[in-house]
Design a protein around this ligand. Sequence first.
Ligand SMILES: *Cc1c(COP(=O)(O)O)cnc(C)c1O
Length: 391
Amino acid sequence: MEKNYGPLNPGKRMLMGPGPSDMHPRVYQALITPLVGHLDPYFIQVMDETKELLRYVFQTRNEFTLPVSGTGSAGMETCVCNLIEPGDTVLICVGGYFGDRMAQMVERHGGRLVRLENEWGRPFTADQVNKALKENAAKVVGIVHAETSTGVLQPLEDIGRVVHGHDALFLVDTVASLGGVSIPVDEWGIDACYTGSQKCLSCPPGLAPITLNDRAVERIVNRKTPVGSWYLDMSMVKNYWGGSRVYHHTAPVTMIYALREALVLMHEEGLENGFARHALNYRAFRAGIDAMGLKFFVEEAYRAPMINPVLAPDGIDEAKARAHLLKGYGIEVGGGLGALRGKAWRVGLMGQSSQKDHVLLFLGALEEALLAQGFRTAGSGTAAAAAVYAG
Ligand SMILES: *Cc1c(COP(=O)(O)O)cnc(C)c1O
């Protein structure tokens, strides 16, 4: 018998998890733009515009700015494997799931790993990093800006100064944060930084924009050993993205079309307006959660506006409520990772998903999902959020 596979049709979704986030119709449109070759003059122009737009979003003048082929983790691995050589001491700040991933990569690429560990939900201080660097002369210090597993937004400026004071390179994961809050890469002294296409940039998953300053590039140029990964070796990839344009691997042309369009949208909105939108929707969301009597995992002062774990009340089955949101409303939120597994919902307000309609529908739907399990919220989340929007 012939099997009939039928058309793809996932149904309507509101993507409010830790990524991917919703895409703008113009990004969907970009995905059906006619394909050209990866060395076509038209595509070279698209690459140049993409680099220029990435510099705008990273707030940098770094010549070395390009999207790595692969998801956010490929951006992480690119930075790790290019900046460290076997035997190098590397300090990684581990305050959640993604900091731990970076630490694992350092070990796999032969680095002498020093783990600076923090309890989940707490940011690192410059003093902590300073102390760790006094004890260990690290060549690179890696940290996550918005730790998606915990919802902490890590202050970076003071730590950057400490790292440079010890003559180390400052490597920052901005996968969840870039585009949602201001990250002036040059001003904050970030030497190497990577992100992912599917979070606040609102593209499909599959690209990892990175930016490296001259200090970081110099480190790569002066390596004594070749980079352990052929595919992610930036000393070769950079020749395709600039200069000689020699073939390295076939660029994911269609994905780069989509990224360019998403970045054009951000340019049209204006970075500052985008940050203000993320901040407003977070404030409305927070007012709603507070009014419902629910609790955030992270202390107010350190919350990332684009990703927030909300603790499930006692007696509530968080997975069941999540399934209820998906089935009843097409709303996707994340479950807890690691220490928060089974205990929290991770609610994303990233990029195109940071919208008033998303916030209001989510709060109303959560109220109903909780009621379905016999839990009555302390007050109306939607009324409190609406009051924020009304000013
Ligand atoms: C999502 C995420 C990653 C990993 O990105 P993938 O696209 O899943 O490979 C890394 N760091 C942070 C902070 C993230 O949120």
